[in-house]
Design a binder for this molecule. Structure first.
Ligand code: ADP
Ligand code: MG
Length: 750
């Protein structure tokens, strides 16, 4: 017993000192030093003063200077969270909201979700004690539905405003109003002591701006003025300043080392191949330092990662000292922090990122940037009502931001995968998203916030009339708006409460009525994630055979449901047999064997449980249609009828809304079958001018003939009217392809 005693003591002491976290003291010390060394730290006092002096402040600062992580902490420390109020910081991207919140919680030495937390769609890590809250701009817009004056916030920081996402733009408009209401309310409260007179004044204001609506609600709400801070990485602060009536703008200087920019000599045909070659070239020829590679999405990132690993296997053992990490929006949040971990000693870290890493997230250690010069962006044709994601060249401003990432800690190099002459042809800056997207979602939200006059809304940059009109029309057809363009009750109101694209919300509401919500929930969750199936080039046949096991002749939606159900069944069974962790491992193996992306599938499961909770909250009832899929397909048709396409005599399809000739995507289970009428969820523009645009995720729609008068009564009215109209015009269309063929062949003969 004697000899055991000291051992016991030593071990006890060891535990207590480290508080179960190895080196936690040293780590805190390091973080403190890091915070003090940031460029922004030297101007902390001055920054807090200008915030105190100005209700709206624009802060421009180089990326990595410490704006996002430090400013909210400075404000907290100077008492901006009095009376239990919160500092809200919005980000255009979920990943940024999550990683920054985690970092700041660590810097503050608190548990995430307590003083510092984040909230993004489908994930809320906050509590009543949260005082610094990071969130997406879209989420704050949703919060306004429940709390129109955002009364819990004393400060709202709109970060990354230069990105000009549609949510940022709408949020700025909303915040301008909220700030007005709140300061008017304070004035009324303080200037007139008499309660009656004060009420009178408030009522007058309400009449003056009926859109703002129920000012009376403010009574007794303890509203304080709202501070607004707009942060941007680019220098054109004047746009924001002008919008906020000449608001003050300040600039925070960062540290930037010189970056040498290189261009390819020749134009590149395949930027993914070129990126891989460049990565290995840097690895073998350049000094140590991490590489940041900009790619356009999850699929590209995963395929490049795989290729890198394969190439590494072919290198001699001593050259394999390269480690890849990835970051993109649909990466599960527990994996997102991995990009910040330094590579093992002697290894080079290669970060494969979407343009998340352009300004929102700063990863230490980068010395080389590989920039293919492209980005995935939304594009919208208001005449055709078609929105699509396309890969487009970056702007000059983006290219410059990207190269700047190589020079944060020392001189760096940026390799642009295009010739220098191409750079000159790039646009100076990116067009705001509000000018190139479908507006149905934001219009629905504005309506729900009481903004009835969309054309008159004070946007920082007005979307085109055509785009607004098209979206109002779409919402009307979906039944979200009444004939007077007011939000309908309950459908419009329910749709506004769901954080989904209006057509998806509509699909869920219909499915609840037609007793197939169980199926629709799965379909919506699976459609909300990127690429469930993957088809590696070298194993194409195997992958397609595997997919056949799940394929439904009725389309991709039901195929996805089959995958989901099969996987859940397996998971539950294994869980009861071997426990949760092992079951997840079995799942990953199963996914691999079936060429299913296990990351995406897990993500879909999370989303499914979140949407399920939400639909229950708004009172929809969940039941399954079993094998009788007719009702399900009817609901699909009734929700997605604007995305219907009809088969043409020549075997191609014609999208009804746009009249565009389209093809079914080769990955769709309907690729070879020739259903007469289909609906689709995704529209991909091909770069190849000869072949028509492709449709993804198609499902067979029900014929108009199948719909009875009863269906029409039950809410299929607009869908069926629409499809009927479409069928009528089909007769005329049949002549057109023949004429086109003639013309083609005569050209060919010459
Ligand atoms: P800005 O908003 O001005 O671009 P940030 O506040 O995001 O700057 O970042 C400030 C610094 O904090 C950067 O040097 C960045 O590398 C560092 N940083 C941010 N998040 C992390 C993290 N999770 N791990 C390590 N360093 C981080
Ligand atoms: Mg930032």
């Amino acid at each position: 017993a004697e000899s055991q005693q000291p051992n016991c003591n030593i071990s006890f002491k060891h535990n207590r000192n480290n508080n179960n976290k190895p080196n936690s003291f040293a780590r805190r010390q390091k973080i403190l030093e890091h915070r003090k060394s940031l460029p922004i730290a030297s101007v902390e006092r001055r920054l807090v003063e200008v915030v105190q002096e100005n209700d709206v402040l624009i802060i421009v600062g180089e990326t990595g200077s410490g704006k996002t992580t430090q400013i909210p902490q400075y404000l907290f420390d100077s008492g901006f969270c009095h009376d239990g109020k919160t500092i809200g910081v919005t980000q255009p991207r979920r990943v940024a909201a999550v990683t920054v919140a985690k970092r700041v919680a660590e810097e503050c030495g608190v548990e995430l979700g307590q003083k510092v937390g984040y909230s993004i769609r489908f994930e809320d890590v906050t509590s009543s004690s949260t005082r610094i809250k990071y969130m997406t701009d879209g989420l704050l817009l949703r919060e306004a539905l429940l709390d129109p004056y955002l009364s819990r916030y004393s400060v709202i920081v709109v970060d990354e405003a230069h990105e000009r996402t549609v949510h940022t733009d709408v949020l700025l408009g909303l915040l301008k109003r909220v700030q007005n209401v709140r300061s008017n309310y304070i004035k009324d409260q303080t200037s007139v002591g008499h309660k009656r007179a004060s009420n009178g004044a408030i009522l007058e204001k309400e009449n003056a701006d009926p859109c703002i609506g129920v000012l009376k609600q403010c009574q007794g709400r303890n509203l304080s003025p709202l501070k607004l801070i707009i942060m941007s990485a680019s220098l054109d602060a004047h746009v924001f300043s002008k919008y906020f009536g000449g608001a003050k703008a300040v600039r925070v200087l960062g540290r930037q080392f010189p970056v040498d920019v290189f261009y390819t000599v020749d134009p590149q045909t395949d930027y993914l191949d070129s990126a891989i070659v460049t990565i290995f070239q840097i690895h073998s020829e350049e000094a140590p330092g991490d590489i940041l590679v900009f790619l356009t999405g999850q699929e590209e990132i995963e395929s490049v990662e795989k290729q890198i690993h394969e190439n590494l296997q072919r290198l001699p053992e001593d050259k394999r000292n390269m480690k890849t990490v990835t970051i993109f929006s649909s990466l599960p949040s527990e994996q997102q922090m991995r990009v910040f971990a330094p590579a093992p000693a002697g290894f080079r870290k290669v970060i494969l990122a979407t343009n998340i890493a352009e300004t929102s997230v700063t990863i230490p250690g980068i010395k080389y940037v590989v920039d293919p010069g492209v980005v995935k962006a939304r594009s919208y044709d208001p005449v055709k009502g078609m929105e699509s994601l396309i890969i487009v060249p970056t702007s000059k401003a983006q290219a410059i931001q990207r190269s700047g990432r190589a020079g944060r800690e020392g001189p760096g190099k940026c390799f642009r995968l295009y010739p220098e002459s191409e750079f000159e042809k790039l646009e100076d800056s990116t067009k705001p998203e509000i000018k190139r997207c479908n507006l149905s979602n934001v219009i629905l939200q504005l309506k729900a916030l009481g903004v009835d006059d969309i054309f008159g809304f004070d946007f920082i940059e007005k979307p085109s009339r055509a785009a607004i009109k098209k979206s109002l029309e779409e919402l009307l057809l979906l039944g979200a708006l009444t004939d007077e363009f007011k939000l309908s009750d309950p459908v419009g109101r329910q749709m506004a409460r769901l954080p989904l694209d209006p057509v998806y919300s509509k699909a869920l509401i219909l499915a609840s009525q037609f007793k197939c919500l169980d199926e629709m929930l799965i379909a919506v969750a699976m459609l909300s994630v990127e690429s469930i199936f993957y088809e590696p080039r070298e194993k194409l046949d195997e992958a397609r055979t595997a997919k056949k096991c799940f394929a439904s002749s009725e389309g991709d939606h039901l195929t996805l449901i089959n995958v989901y159900r099969t996987s859940i069944e397996l998971l539950e069974k294994r869980k009861s047999e071997v426990g949760k962790d092992k079951a997840e491992k079995v799942m990953r193996k199963w996914c691999k064997e079936n060429f299913i992306n296990s990351r995406s599938l897990r993500h879909a499961r999370d989303i499914h449980s979140q949407i399920r909770r939400l639909v229950e909250q708004i009172g929809l009832c969940i039941s399954s249609c079993g094998d009788d899929t007719l009702q399900f397909r009817r609901c699909l048709a009734a929700a997605f009828f604007l995305n219907a396409a009809l088969k043409q005599p020549d075997g191609t399809y014609r999208a009804l809304a746009s009249g565009e000739v389209v093809q079914i995507h080769p990955t769709s289970v309907l690729f070879r079958t020739k259903a007469d009428c289909i609906i689709f969820n995704e529209f991909v523009k091909t770069t190849n001018k000869v072949s028509p645009p492709l449709l993804c995720q198609a499902g067979v729609a029900v014929f108009i003939g199948v719909l009875t008068a009863k269906d029409i009564d039950c809410g299929f009215a607009s869908a069926s009217r629409y499809l009927l109209f479409a069928f009528e015009i089909r007769g005329h269309d049949e002549i057109i392809p023949t004429m086109e063929f003639k013309k083609q062949s005569s050209v060919l003969l010459e």
